[in-house]
Ligand binder design. Structure first.
Ligand code: BTN
Length: 244
């Protein structure tokens, strides 16, 4: 099957590009920009996108049964990237629910899945991810959390073209498998990368914060926390998780 790759020197956001062109795209079509002037992060934040240093990519996908399957899908995206990086020989990779990728406990990559269409009919999915390849000193000062990249010792550990090819090929396989059989078959694999297993964590939303003992994720992709002797589950979306 032929896929299209749209490559730009500069865009406002690769997610925005895929979203605006969704109607004429095929599943697996993808867009890469060397820099983004308005890169989108989760929770309304900006994604710092200096020219030529990192990977800013969005993949188009479609789901027939609406928004409900999208949560599981975004977990699969994080897992797929984590496994690809590991298979490329990058060590120290971990996952933080719902779909951040860590390296040596510092953020290496982020995933932003955006939806367009009807909640219960067919919907467009925009699967965006940003991976720190080689962080320039000047850009680092704009980043508000510990970060890592793919050249911790000053030398790039993987060829960028090989990285793009591997990530994309595996992502398409994993998305197709998810559509066929759901999240269940991915859970073991996801847990193998889980950064927070057995740790005390703090879950925050715009309204409040709650602390508990992290218990992993359930088969719907919800987070499980042990709070005062009871297991409580939380859906993804606009919440964030960190070590207590
Ligand atoms: C996060 O906040 O962790 C998610 C960041 C996602 C950034 C990527 S870069 C490519 C794609 N286009 C965007 O505008 N955002 C995503």
């Amino acid at each position: 099957l032929e896929r299209q790759l749209f490559w730009f020197h500069q865009l406002d956001s690769t997610n925005r590009y895929i979203m605006d062109n969704a109607n004429r795209l095929q599943k697996g079509d993808t867009c890469i920009a060397e820099t983004q002037s308005a890169g989108r992060g989760r929770r309304g934040r900006n994604w710092v996108s200096p020219y030529g240093c990192h990977l800013y990519q969005s993949v188009y996908w479609r789901l027939d049964d609406g928004f409900s399957a999208a949560m599981g899908l975004s977990l699969v995206v994080g897992l797929s990237l984590a496994e690809s990086l590991t298979e490329l020989g990058i060590d120290g990779i971990g996952l933080k629910w719902p779909n951040d990728i860590y390296r040596d406990s510092k953020k290496l990559a982020g995933v932003l899945v955006e939806l367009k269409g009807s909640p219960d009919g067919p919907c467009h999915l925009i699967i965006g991810f940003g991976i720190n390849v080689s962080m320039p000193t000047l850009a680092a000062k704009d980043i508000d959390q510990p970060w890592s990249d793919l050249c911790p010792n000053g030398e790039l550990e993987v060829d960028k073209n090989a990285l793009v090819e591997k990530l994309h090929a595996k992502l398409l396989v994993d998305l197709a498998e998810f559509e066929l059989s759901g999240l269940t078959t991915f859970l073991e694999r996801w847990h193998a990368f889980d950064e927070f297993r057995g740790r005390e964590v703090l879950l925050t939303s715009s309204q409040n914060a709650v602390g508990g003992l992290y218990q992993g994720i359930d088969k719907e992709g919800n987070l499980k926390l042990l709070i005062d002797g009871f297991i409580k589950t939380y859906a993804g979306g606009e919440v964030s998780l960190r070590l207590f």
